[in-house]
Ligand binder design. Structure first.
Ligand code: DOR
Ligand code: ZN
Length: 343
């Protein structure tokens, strides 16, 4: 049987929520990944170091006994975040980055930033204290087509941020377009990016052709095939600017299969297997370890993991749903057969 053994990976973009959903989803991530960058878009959002520490404790309590998993916390940037809080975050050994959500761009982003220029003093503080900025790169302008929102955000905001704060480390999260790949490739080494499994595996037909498939709806939205091909080329290129971030974003099935369905794909149940499938199809399994286990740690200036994990090429069927006691979450590729399995 064909197997692949790599250094234990990390997930550099993850939503685990809280309460009962946290208890359902976290074991899936802990089984595969040593660490994960935890997104702060809870209700209410995690805006202070004190809140991040409390959330970290809740996550640690949800790690199953005997599993070793480290949550890496982030703060949610708002119009009222202070320079003092940024400094406190930079000094905390548990807070690793600050997340910028343009207000209204996605799930629980209402408290995000409405006027990007107004946060320049905070970006200056992050640059000074060397605290990375994580960006949900989409404009929210109602007149801007949803398929153009990432490209326009890069043109109208991200380039200016990078030019004004060249030493600020920025992760452009969940890339979805060829233009974003191009931006990251040609920017300075302070700019890196995460890529999700769904954006490597699907184009927008998977969402819209032959029926509307709400479990393929996430933000930024799936794009055309030529964008997917650009993402696969970037992820499998061995360029350390591109690394693994699932953006696994669980929602109750009833909130996805809904007249106004929530954005987010739950992929934590099979994250590494889904990436292995994408890399295998591109005949680039030899590039998976760098993408999954090295480049993110290097960018965040954290030590690489020392343990190993093994994947084997064998088929298994994804369950239709995960959860109990009132939690029901439909995973990505529910009921379908995957070709790689974590041993
Ligand atoms: O699809 C998404 N879901 N994109 C995001 O940016 C947020 C996420 C969520 O929190 O559900
Ligand atoms: Zn996300």
């Amino acid at each position: 049987m064909k197997t692949l053994t790599i250094t234990r990976p990390d997930d550099w973009h993850l939503h685990v929520r809280n309460g009962a959903v946290l208890k359902t989803v976290l074991p899936h991530t802990a089984r595969q990944f040593a660490r994960a960058i935890i997104m702060p878009n809870l209700k209410p959002p995690v805006t202070t170091v004190a809140q991040a520490l409390a959330y970290r404790d809740e996550i640690l309590q949800a790690v199953p006994a005997g599993m070793d998993f480290t949550p890496l916390m982030t703060l949610y940037l708002t119009g009222s975040t202070t320079v003092e809080e940024i400094k406190r975050a930079a000094q905390s050994k548990y807070v690793h980055a600050v997340k910028l959500y343009p207000a209204g761009a996605t799930t629980n982003s209402d408290s995000g930033v409405a006027d990007i220029d107004s946060i320049y003093p905070l970006l200056a503080a992050m640059e000074k204290h060397d605290l990375p900025l994580l960006v949900h790169g989409e404009v929210t302008d109602e007149t801007c087509d949803i398929f153009d929102r990432e490209r326009i955000f890069i043109e109208s905001h991200l380039s200016a941020i990078h030019n004004n704060f060249p030493a600020l480390r920025i992760v452009v999260e969940h890339l979805t377009t060829a233009e974003a790949v191009q931006f990251v490739q040609s920017a300075e080494a302070t700019i890196a990016a995460t890529i999700t499994p769904q954006h490597l595996l699907f184009n927008r037909n998977a969402l819209l052709a032959g029926g509307l498939r709400p479990h393929h709806y996430c933000l930024p939205i799936l794009k055309r095939e030529h964008h997917r091909l650009a993402l696969v080329a970037a992820a499998t290129s061995g360029n350390p600017k591109f690394f693994l971030g699932t953006d696994s974003a669980p929602h109750q099935t009833s909130l996805k299969e809904n007249a106004c369905g929530c954005a987010g794909c739950f992929s934590a149940h099979a994250a590494l297997e889904l990436y292995a499938e994408a890399f295998d199809r591109a005949d680039a399994l030899d590039k998976l370890e760098g993408f999954a286990s090295f480049y993110g740690a290097d960018f965040y200036r954290l030590p690489r993991n020392t343990g190993m994990v093994t994947l084997e090429k064998s088929t298994w069927q994804v369950p239709e749903t995960y959860g109990d006691n009132g939690v029901a979450i439909t995973p990505l590729k529910a009921g379908e057969t995957l070709s790689w399995k974590l041993v």
